[in-house]
Design a protein around this ligand. Sequence first.
Ligand code: ADP
Ligand code: ZN
Length: 428
Amino acid sequence: MFDRVGQFLKPKQLARMQQSKLRRIVRYAYRNVPLYRKRFDEAHVKPESIRSLADLEKVPFTVKTDLRDTYPFGLLAVPPNRLHCLHASSGTTGKPIVVAYTQGDLERWGRLMGRTLDTTGVRKGDVLQNMYGYGLFTGGLGFHYGARAIGATVVPASSGNTKRQLMLMKDLRTSVVTCTPSYMVYLIEASKAEGYDPKTDFALKIGIFGAEPWSEEARQRIQGAFGLRAHDVFGMSELYGPGVGIECEEQNGLHVWEDEFLTETINPETGEVVEPGKEGELVFTMLSREAMPLLRYRSRDLSTIIKEECSCGRYHNRIKRIKGRSDDMLIIGGVNVFPSQVEHVLMNIRDVGDQYQIIVSHKELDRLAVKVEVPGNRLNDASLAKKIRDDLFAVLSIHADVELVQLGTLPRSEVGKALRVVDLRPKG
Ligand code: ADP
Ligand code: ZN
């Protein structure tokens, strides 16, 4: 087992560790990052007054725009010549967010990724085909470092080139795959189209999927098709990259490595802390980051902290699967809709294909249309369309226009995260 001690820290040990690391990092950030100094001073908070975990609430938040506004190096706590690596997150608008790592940060990230892989059951001897993109995106290298840490055989396939992926998967006897869940769903049909039997032609045991929201139903489809165990993995570039949280074999919530990522949930409107068990915006404090410490970083991601013991024996708190980002949320005629809710409904219906598209438009009123792939003989099946409409209404309280389209006709994303929402409403 890799880093057994870190994986199985006892609650008391964990709390002690968190407290001393918190004190240290707060002082460190205040001393070395002008933005933090300014924020603390403005809030009249002395770094020395942060003594225990209960004091965390006094610490001012850090937000995504802080990283954009100080682009590229404003949050650095070390001189640039101490940086060993820089990554950047895609960033849909304007400048990306640049994230920096010292040697120590890279080593810590690698160890956390090693733990993350180990928790899913990956071991030395496994062949791990890494289909996350290598490059500025942290997914590719993050999983690469993790595989290196535990001594698994990593195949740095990167994203795209589906035919080659499938060939490698078969010929190299790949046992572990890592990619976005939408890409793995796409591989179900792509492998069949290439003449493979997904269950018997491959030797997959474990899949680790993240970087975008997905549903329990998508998990069932992936597991059913490939005969593997699918784990949800969570992370973001600002927090090293992937490997913040991972599902253990229970597949019931993601353990967050809390000796590094102190985790809170807040009400996104008021900023008030919400108690475990209630949904809120995840807020993370990195406890050991050298190059770019982040204190109470608002992720925009919505989830719920589960503070119950897990039967796997790990005491790191879990979070429920991410519902979406608060900025993914569509407001349709005043109703809040997350794309993940639509997926949940669709994938529960047997004859519905794996691909869908959500189209929001406005003509006097907001309209929600959902395009759903179905087999050719169901294209004119009014009762299927009605069932989809009814099931969507039951969850969303919105009447959606449902359009059944031929399997294989909606756009697929072979690289990176899926784009399933088309919002045609005028901006502003
Ligand atoms: P970008 O901000 O450019 O998308 P990242 O690759 O850092 O860059 O993306 C991090 C975000 O991806 C998270 O904040 C979250 O919204 C989403 N994400 C990552 N993992 C998951 C997951 N397992 N489930 C749902 N969303 C996820
Ligand atoms: Zn567990």
